[in-house]
Write a protein that binds this ligand. Structure first.
Ligand SMILES: Nc1nc2c(ncn2[C@@H]2O[C@H](COP(=O)(O)OP(=O)(O)OP(=O)(O)O)[C@@H](O)[C@H]2O)c(=O)[nH]1
Ligand SMILES: [Mg+2]
Length: 399
């Protein structure tokens, strides 16, 4: 995926600001004896806040900005002066971003709406100045509160695309062709497996100016849950879809079996996917005549609505859209995407390379020599320039 800039996983390190210390100060002025305590409060440290942005489509910008620090609050000072609050930092994320603790894998929060703000780390509160502690019994408090410390956390952001319909099928089933026939999306189409390497979204227009979003994800093969093919990591993009559209090509040997295999792989990934509404489409039906179609129809799995389609001739596409729209607007399915629980990440099993930052090359080590290291008979006078070796310049990116 070298030429891809679709990033759906990124690990970042965040730190909120620490609170400013309260001041311990006494009023001093000419002719004002015993001016009393007047130390002001420290300012609040900055928060780290996530903000949903539906214009963003990948987590790529975060990959180049993986250390996020909010500003510290300033200390209070005499004359009841408050310290300035630290600056908050906003991290813009695409809608559908889920946040996990990188150390424990625990689910922390998610951002689903455009403009939605979620406070990821709270800034430390500022300490109270000694002015706050004066009382009838202690008129000269000689203490003030320190500010609260900053909170530091490494988090994993995962993007789970928000779509209404998710396409599921073996490689070459015709998923991308269907998406390009139904929407303005132009995914790459070719007759070899794994043409699609990253998820694609398309907006499918339906009658009366209504529309829904369809997601095309890379093909799944038997054993994907054990890492075969591109594995199952793209399946998280259909976790929140209301409906799953299974695509099995008409020239498959056993359509029912292929459907079964796909189901099992999905279940391995997340059993909750089994609760979703499913629709089965037999793609490439332009290759079938009526007789064959009737024959295949008998072998199709029961309990799932099916439709014969062809993205090339347009056969069955209207019927397919009707079925999908019916399923999307069904109240039972509406609830499903919201009810999905984001299971904790298994941080030990994450692909290491996803964590490695492209510019994380170590600094070249420079050795320093002491004069003594050369021993006593070292004499600069005997130095011959012809001993000099030409050293190539060190380039960390090349090694
Ligand atoms: N005859 C016919 N061929 C089709 C139809 N739909 C797709 N194809 C062909 O099937 C091949 C694979 O199509 P893709 O859309 O790339 O398949 P995909 O499921 O996206 O495959 P991957 O991205 O590799 O997982 C291409 O050569 C398409 O031309 C169809 O309705 N009829
Ligand atoms: Mg494809």
């Amino acid at each position: 995926m070298a030429d891809s800039n679709f990033i759906d996983y990124v690990k970042i390190h965040c730190r909120s600001g620490k609170g400013g210390a309260g001041s311990r100060h006494f009023h001093r002025a000419k002719y004002v004896p015993k001016g009393g305590p007047d130390g002001g409060n420290g300012g609040r440290g900055g928060h780290v806040i996530l903000r949903g942005n539906k214009q963003m489509w990948t987590l790529l910008p975060l990959k180049y900005n993986r250390h996020v620090f909010a500003g510290n609050g300033q200390s209070g000072s005499g004359g009841r002066s408050f310290g300035k609050d630290g600056d908050d930092v906003y991290i813009e994320v695409p809608t559908g971003t889920v946040v996990y603790d990188a150390d424990t894998g625990e689910f922390l929060c998610e951002v689903n709406e455009d403009g939605e703000e979620v406070k990821l780390l709270r800034g430390g509160r500022g300490g109270l100045g000694n002015w706050n502690f004066k009382s009838a019994t202690n008129r000269t408090p000689r203490y003030a509160q320190p500010g609260e410390p900053a909170i530091e956390k490494t988090v994993i952001l995962e993007l789970k695309l928000l779509a209404d319909v998710g396409l599921v099928g073996f490689p070459n089933a015709g998923k991308s062709t269907l998406l390009s026939a139904l929407s303005a999306a132009r995914p790459k189409i070719a007759d070899y497996p794994f043409t699609t390497m990253e998820p694609q979204l398309g907006i499918v227009s339906y009658r009366d100016n209504r529309s829904f979003v369809m997601a095309d994800i890379p093909g799944i093969i038997e054993g994907a849950s054990e890492g075969k093919g591109l594995g199952l990591r793209f399946l998280r993009h259909i976790e929140r879809n209301a409906v799953l559209l299974f695509l099995v090509p008409a020239d498959a040997e056993d359509i029912a079996r292929e459907y079964e295999v796909l189901l099992r792989e999905l279940e391995q990934f997340n059993p909750q996917l089994m609760d979703k509404e499913r629709v089965l489409a037999v793609s490439k039906s332009d290759m079938l005549d009526d007789e064959l179609m009737a024959e295949i129809e008998k072998t199709l799995p029961e309990g799932v609505p099916h439709v014969f389609i062809s993205a090339v001739t347009g056969q069955g596409l209207t019927q397919l859209k009707d079925i999908l729209w019916g399923a999307i607007t069904d109240d039972r399915n509406r609830i499903a995407p919201v009810a999905i629980t984001h299971r904790p990440l298994d941080v030990r099993h994450r692909v290491r390379e996803e964590d490695e930052f492209i510019f994380d090359t170590p600094e070249p080590e420079v050795e320093e020599y002491d004069e003594e290291d050369f021993g006593e008979d070292y004499d600069d006078g005997d130095y011959d320039e012809s001993w000099d070796m030409e050293m190539p310049e060190y380039d960390p990116r090349k090694d």
